[in-house]
Design a protein around this ligand. Sequence first.
Ligand code: HEM
Length: 393
Amino acid sequence: MSADTQFDHNSAEFIRDPFPVYYRLREEDPVHFSERYDGYFVLTRYEDVRRALLDWTVFSSAQPGVTSIPMSVRRDFQEIPLEVDPPDHWEYRKLVSQLFTRNAIARLEPGFRRIAAELLEPIQTARMGDFVQDYALPFVSRVLALFLQVPEADAQRWVRWTKDIFHGRLTDRARADRASAEMIAYVDELSAERRRAPRPDDVFSTLATSRFHGRPLTSQELRGFGVLLLNAGQETSVNGIGNSLWYLAEHVGDRQRLLENPGLLAGAIEEFLRFMSPIQLLGRTVRQETVLYERTIPEKSTVAVCYGSANRDAQIFPAADQCMIDRHPNPHLAFGAGPHTCLGAHLARAEMRVAIEEVLARTPHFQIDDAADIEYTPHGDLRGFWKLPVRFR
Ligand code: HEM
């Protein structure tokens, strides 16, 4: 692999099955350089990925668009707190962190169940459906609407924006930019409304009324927070749910174990996240030249940190290429590590648990309808299904 500098996480081959590529890189070329996308280094071993995530002084996130390789939509504002390094990062993050705790999310769970039940009903009746298009996708966006205290009907627009931004960024830039502009206008309006009429325990109200270094947040900062929440909280969770349901469709034995022993589900979800990480890789910019395995990574280089590969590293996970729903311990990096560890992890876990529990309770005997109709998400930094047709026995 070292001689081949054409690694491309968006190639069709990689999207279909990235794991043999990761394996070769971990074994033979742990600081791989690819010439694609103006050149980027690729870190694939668990310890290197973890170290890079923890060391923001070298591997910085402080640049609009840095986490996306190639950069997605051009922006003149930072997504907050994702594209800010400590110490400001901590200050921003703590403004809202109390709204993302396990307890705060638990209070919303009855609403999550109602949404899941409503979406499953027509699928149950038809005895067939698409677990991504008809279930995970609308479920995640409606749950996010509930969490953000906006009308669930708004979520329909978000689904289109997310699709246009994430799927269109490689093929239809104008469309991605248009969707991004619409999302920004929506976030600006919502922030202004919450500044006028704040609500209790609400993210946008908290931001609109809180202070940073003794002053209110600027409209650019509110925009940076809001756009990140809409972007970070959708396709990731859709992938988490879709990947888990795909696995359970294909592995009837494990599905039966979960039906007989629901206590295994929380651990199984961690293993699904490890085994099929919804985010495979994100970018960083190197702030000062660094040397790794005798290879120099120059200042200003782009580096991909591959969570998806770290999570298959056999140095850390015995039988790493096997999905073992009772794996313990499971120190996976699917939610990242260090300062930027996923702020929405409790929400994501709750979404996955409720979505899977409701399927297992209502329609436990499902199978992939026609494998030929399965579609993967069309880019390799996220891993999941865009179409997952199933039918029930
Ligand atoms: C299964 C679903 C999800 C996965 C796998 C996931 C994964 C991740 C990862 C790997 C990061 C670290 C990014 C980095 O290192 O640069 C991250 C950050 C973040 N995630 Fe998630 N995420 C999920 C769902 C969510 C949800 C539902 C929300 C909220 C609505 C959310 C909000 C965030 C935010 C705000 C950050 C930035 C945190 C910071 O910079 O301090 N995520 N996520």
